[in-house]
Ligand binder design. Structure first.
Ligand code: FES
Length: 169
């Protein structure tokens, strides 16, 4: 075995992709939604995954790369076990999202987009999470946390770290 596994979409995902492609006059218009699907399926967009997207949509890899590197919501590196996506759009920003990002990154000792050395946390900024009534909003993995403040995030981080230590004991 080479150790390099070929990445591929599941049959179900392929049929979803086909359905999306059919909505647009050109396959490249489906690039954004398909990249979102790929990121959901594989966790991040490695070069192999970007090539897979290019092949699936019949596009040149360069075109895929341009989009992936342009948008901060796309990740080319694996994330930590807990992906904290802080909405910094207007509604959340007005409710302290920027200060929250600063607090979390400082607490964890990483930059936005970075992952803690233990592979536990990644922090990113995202566009409106669609839950503006609960601003500021942080999506942690697939769960929305609303009206979040520094103390809430501190408690979350402490809880995760405590349970990780418990696992090692
Ligand atoms: S502005 Fe943050 S959820 Fe809409």
């Amino acid at each position: 075995m080479s150790g390099v596994e070929q990445v591929r979409f599941t049959e179900q995902r392929l049929s979803e992709i086909n359905a999306v492609v059919k909505k647009y006059p050109a396959a490249r218009s489906a690039l954004l939604p398909v990249l979102h699907m790929a990121q959901k399926d594989f966790g991040y967009l490695s070069m192999e995954v970007q090539q897979l997207v290019a092949d699936t949509l019949n596009l040149r890899l360069m075109m895929v790369r341009e989009v992936v590197t342009f948008y901060t919501m796309f990740r080319e590196q694996p994330t930590g076990k807990y992906l904290m996506e802080v909405c910094t759009n207007a509604g959340c920003m007005l409710n302290g999202a920027n200060e929250l990002v600063e607090h979390i990154t400082k607490t964890l000792g990483i930059k936005v987009g970075g992952t803690t050395p233990d592979g536990m946390f990644t922090v990113t900024e995202v566009e409106c999470a669609g839950a503006c009534g609960g601003a500021p909003v942080v999506q942690i993995n697939n769960e929305y946390h609303e009206k979040v403040d520094a103390a809430y995030m501190d408690a979350f981080i402490t809880k995760v770290n405590a349970s990780a230590e418990g696992d090692q004991a």
